[in-house]
Design a protein around this ligand. Structure first.
Ligand SMILES: NC(=O)c1ccc[n+]([C@@H]2O[C@H](COP(=O)([O-])OP(=O)(O)OC[C@H]3O[C@@H](n4cnc5c(N)ncnc54)[C@H](OP(=O)(O)O)[C@@H]3O)[C@@H](O)[C@H]2O)c1
Length: 81
């Protein structure tokens, strides 16, 4: 059996990223993914707790290659909003 992909969303907290992330986490689509990973430069997402409750996880990164490699570990699909 093929395992489900892990999808990471960069820019999730932005104007376009918010509805995009909500679509990935919706009951219509979330069963297609093993994990939805929110990528953000901020470790605190007070306006997005519902996403974490819906099963998403948050990974924070900074603008350097090492950090990007770390947050993309195990990620099969990157959505860059
Ligand atoms: N909104 C529109 O109508 C529209 C139309 C056409 C094209 N676009 C393009 O679509 C993209 C997203 O637009 P948006 O309106 O959703 O933008 P936005 O509200 O400013 O959100 C951008 C997101 O990208 C993340 N980000 C990562 N690195 C960044 C950096 N160095 N500077 C700023 N943000 C950074 C931020 O998330 P964290 O702070 O959590 O890291 C932020 O929430 C942009 O490239 C924009 O030019 C937008």
């Amino acid at each position: 059996m093929t395992s489900l992909p892990v999808v990471a969303i960069a820019g999730a907290t932005g104007r376009l990223g918010k509805p995009t992330t909500e679509a990935f986490l919706s009951s219509k689509w979330n069963s297609n993914f093993k994990q939805v990973v929110i990528l953000s430069r901020s470790a605190s997402l007070p306006d997005h707790e519902a996403w974490l409750k819906a099963g998403a996880i948050l990974r924070t990164y900074s603008d350097d290659e090492t950090s990007l490699k770390q947050v993309l570990e195990g990620v099969n699909i990157l959505v860059n909003v």
